[in-house]
Design a protein around this ligand. Structure first.
Ligand code: PSU
Ligand code: MN
Length: 317
C-alpha cells in the first residue's frame, strides 16, 4: 500500500497573487490610510485623452483626503495595486484594453492579458491587498429593461462578498435606480447616505429614492465599516451626492439619457459594452457636460474616501 498522502487543507479560494507598488506596500505595512481606485472608469468610462489627466487628479484627490491612492489594473496577467505613471499611461492609452470583472480575472491571469478592473474586480483585489476604502463614480446595477435582458452588473453580488467601504455618487443613472437599491437590500449590502437620506443619482443629486440611514462624518462612516467587518462579510456603500449647484441640469440629464439608451438599443449593444457605449454617447450628446460632471463627482468621492480611510486608520491605532 502506498504511504498515506500528507494531509492537505481543502483548497479554498486563495488570495490572488498581487503586485503592490512600494508606496502602497509601505502604507499597508505601517497601517497608513489607503484608498483603492478602479481603472475601468478611466479606460472605458472617460474618453481618451481626458482620462489621463483625470487619473492623476483622482489620485491627487485621495492624497488631499490624507490617504495613499492605489489604482488597480491587470497588466500582462498580474493584478497591480498602485500603478506607476507609465502603467497609468498604458491603461489610459490602449483602445483595446479589456474590461475585467471578477469572472474575467482568471482568464487574464492564465493567458497573461491586460485589462482595466471594474468595481467588482477592484473590490475583490483591494480586499485581498488589505485595503478598506474604495472610491469610484457610480456603481453598476440593474439596467432598465433588465426583466427582458437579465442585465444586472456583477458589481452588486461582488459587494455582497467583499468587506470594504465604497464611496460613490450612487449608481449610474442610466440604470433602474430603485431596482438596484432593492437588489442591494436583498444582497445585504449596507447603504448609507453621506449627509443625506436621498440616494444620489450620479450626475444629479437626487436619484429619486430614499435611504434609511445617513452618516454625518468620515468618523461615522469608518465606524459603520468597522462594525460591518465584525458582523459578516459585505460592503458598506457610502453614497455621496453632488451638491445641487454642481449637478447636471436635470432636464438635460433626462433628455440625453433617454437618447443614449435608445441609441444603444438601436445599435444592438449588449453585455459589458452597454455601460461604456451609453457613457460615451452621453458625453458627446451633452457636448462634454456629462464628462465634466462625471470627473467632478469622482474627485469628490476620492477625497471623501481619503478622509474615511484616515479616520479608519486613526481608530485602529
Ligand atoms: N463609474 C463611473 N464610470 C464607469 C464605471 C463606474 O463613473 O465607467 C464602471 C465601473 O467600473 C463599473 C462598471 O464597475 O462601470 C459597470 O459596468 P457593467 O454595467 O458592465 O457591470
Ligand atoms: Mn451588464
Amino acid at each position: 500500500m502506498p504511504p498515506e498522502a500528507p494531509h492537505t487543507e481543502p483548497r479554498h479560494a486563495a488570495a490572488p497573487p498581487l503586485t503592490l507598488s512600494p508606496e502602497v506596500a509601505e502604507a499597508l505595512d505601517t497601517g497608513a490610510p489607503v484608498v483603492a481606485l478602479e481603472s475601468t472608469l478611466l479606460a472605458h468610462g472617460l474618453p481618451r485623452p481626458d482620462n489621463r489627466a483625470a487619473a492623476d487628479d483622482v489620485e491627487a484627490a485621495v492624497r488631499a483626503g490624507g490617504a495613499v491612492p492605489a489604482t488597480i489594473a491587470v497588466l500582462d496577467g498580474v493584478p497591480h495595486v498602485g500603478l506607476t505613471a507609465e502603467q497609468v499611461d498604458r491603461v489610459c492609452a490602449d483602445p483595446d484594453l479589456a474590461k475585467l470583472g471578477v469572472r474575467d480575472l482568471p482568464v487574464a491571469a492564465a493567458l497573461g492579458l491586460s485589462g482595466a478592473t471594474t468595481v467588482s474586480s477592484t473590490a475583490l483585489l483591494a480586499e485581498a491587498a488589505g485595503i478598506g476604502l474604495f472610491a469610484t463614480g457610480g456603481l453598476g446595477g440593474v439596467h432598465r429593461q433588465s426583466a427582458d435582458t437579465f442585465d444586472e452588473s456583477a458589481d452588486l453580488t461582488a459587494l455582497s462578498r467583499t468587506s470594504l467601504a465604497v464611496v460613490c455618487a450612487g449608481v449610474k443613472s442610466i440604470l433602474d435606480v430603485p431596482a438596484t437599491l432593492e437588489r442591494l437590500e436583498s444582497l445585504s449590502v449596507t447603504v448609507v447616505g453621506y449627509r443625506t437620506r436621498t440616494f444620489p443619482g450620479f450626475y444629479v443629486a437626487d436619484g429619486g429614492a430614499q435611504l434609511d440611514w445617513s452618516v454625518e462624518s468620515p468618523e461615522q462612516a469608518a465606524a459603520v465599516l468597522a462594525a460591518r467587518r465584525e458582523l459578516v462579510p459585505g460592503a458598506v456603500v457610502v453614497a455621496n451626492p453632488l451638491p445641487a449647484d454642481e449637478q447636471l441640469d436635470p432636464g438635460l440629464h433626462d433628455r440625453v439619457i433617454a437618447d443614449a439608451l435608445a441609441a444603444a438599443e438601436t445599435a444592438g449593444v449588449r453585455g459589458k459594452a452597454v455601460t461604456p457605449f451609453v457613457l460615451d454617447h452621453l458625453h458627446r450628446a451633452s457636448e462634454g457636460a456629462t464628462l465634466a460632471v462625471n470627473v467632478r463627482l469622482v474627485l469628490r468621492n476620492a477625497e471623501l474616501a481619503g478622509r474615511i480611510a484616515t479616520a479608519l486608520a486613526a481608530a485602529a491605532r
